[in-house]
Design a protein around this ligand. Structure first.
Ligand code: NZQ
Ligand code: ZN
Length: 388
């Protein structure tokens, strides 16, 4: 049965080929000083940087550059960006990039005026912001994280090998996000499929939980079917607008908190994946793909009916003549075949994990217990070892 909830998503989305024009409608809502946040340079190569700067200038904005946000943004970079925001008293942080850039912008937004160490406050103690929050807007260039319409902001501390996400409240969600699927055409294949699997994982981690009859599960089955279908088209032809649009839209819905309303969720694949990321700095979606097959095989006996439903509804497994367990296994096998077809990382060793790291990664895995079974330390080590 659906649990009680209150739901509000304050992010205004502008979707489509002409979505960037809508920046002209958004900018007047904010003051004149804009911190322009971007990554390692892809937006300069694609020409998007020039387009955005020209729109900012024509709207009379003063631009403060904050470049070089790395995939898996670090705590050092967060301190630097927070100084930029505070010292220049910016009125808007405009993130132009993928999930890392957008996450980082949100982390800066709550850190600029934080009078404590934001890493300790938000990422070690999970406290909520009690300072002024700088508004964030986003121009998304890569589909995957859902960061464009949620309060998530994942930060990595390379010194302590900790990669931790804080899911902030609606006051930290981007005020607006611009989603033009054409901007994702230039994403390298490796990053594209990592993003696609990130979406799949977000959905699965909300799907594989609970035994009730829940609208969200039906919605998620549709999202997964669409994602798998479009992923195959986009892998063949990265410039297929229809497929790239569907992937982008599914990514947003997978983690804009909507499908989680009133239902329990699991999130252990993300917790293990983030711990792998803390040790290796590997691409987020690949840390998830590398652990997913062993994780779900391990969890399956505890939530068998949902795995049977997954096999039938998402992978169209014919269960005639099969036991429930055989049907469920066939569903996971179909998922694994699709993952291999996409070229996803299927083992943590290809991401740089060694046997000697396994206990440390398991120690660094944050516990979650909303799923069918909460694995203990030794089970996490066993799941990781399966993936070596
Ligand atoms: O840095 P640039 O040069 O822009 O290159 C990026 C980066 O190297 C490149 N890229 C992005 N758009 C491109 C492009 N290259 C060419 N053309 C384009 N249009 O792709 C690389 C990866 O970008 P990144 O932003 O790191 O990828 P993603 O969107 O997957 O973000 C990953 C981060 O988001 C966090 C992850 O942990 C990771 O730190 N997550 C955030 C979540 C949230 N806010 O709720 C949830 C997720 O589970 C995830 O944890
Ligand atoms: Zn993710």
């Amino acid at each position: 049965m659906l649990g009680n909830f209150s739901y509000c998503n304050p992010t205004r989305l502008h979707f489509g080929r002409d979505a960037l024009d809508r920046l002209n409608e958004e900018l007047p809502r904010f003051g004149s000083r804009v911190q322009l946040v971007y990554g390692g340079g892809s937006i300069k190569r694609t020409g998007l940087y020039d387009q955005v700067v020209s729109i900012l200038e024509s709207n009379g904005k003063e631009v403060f550059e904050d470049a070089g946000v790395m995939p898996n943004p670090t705590v050092e970079k967060l301190y630097e960006g927070s100084r930029t925001a505070r010292e220049n008293e910016v009125d808007l942080i405009l993130a132009v990039g993928g999930g890392s850039v957008c996450d980082y912008a949100k982390a800066v937004s709550v850190s600029a005026y934080c009078n404590e160490d934001p890493w300790e406050k938000y990422y070690l103690r999970f406290e909520e912001p009690d300072c002024a929050i700088v508004p964030v807007g986003c121009v998304l260039t890569m589909a995957g994280t859902g960061s464009e319409m949620n309060g998530g902001a994942v930060i990595t501390n390379p010194e302590t090998k900790q990669k931790i996400g804080h899911v902030f409240g609606t006051e930290v969600f981007p005020k607006f996000s611009i989603l033009n699927p054409e901007l994702t055409y230039t994403v390298p294949h490796y990053q594209m499929v990592a993003g696609i699997f990130d979406v799949m994982s977000h959905i699965m981690e909300q799907y594989f939980s609970g035994t009730d009859d829940n609208t969200s599960d039906y919605i998620m089955e549709g999202l997964m079917r669409s994602l798998v279908h479009s992923s195959r088209i986009a892998a063949e032809n990265p410039e297929d607008y229809e497929a790239r649009s569907n992937i982008m839209w599914s990514a947003t819905w997978a983690l804009n908190t909507f499908v989680a309303m009133g239902k329990s969720t699991d999130w252990m694949v993300h917790m293990i994946g983030q711990a792998v990321g803390g040790f290796t700095d590997a691409t987020h979606g690949m840390t998830l793909s590398a652990v997913s097959v062993p994780y779900y095989r391990h969890i399956m006996p505890y939530g068998l009916p949902k795995f049977v439903r997954f096999a039938q509804a998402v992978w169209e497994v014919d269960s005639s003549g099969k036991t429930d367990e055989e049907t469920a296994q066939a569903g996971l096998a179909a998922m694994e075949a699709w993952m291999r077809e996409m070229g996803l990382a299927m083992s943590v060793s290809e991401l740089g994990v060694t046997e000697g790291m396994l206990a440390g990664i398991a120690d660094a895995t944050l516990a979650m217990d909303g799923g069918y079974h909460a694995p203990d330390h030794d089970e996490i080590v066993a799941i990781l070892r399966e993936s070596l």
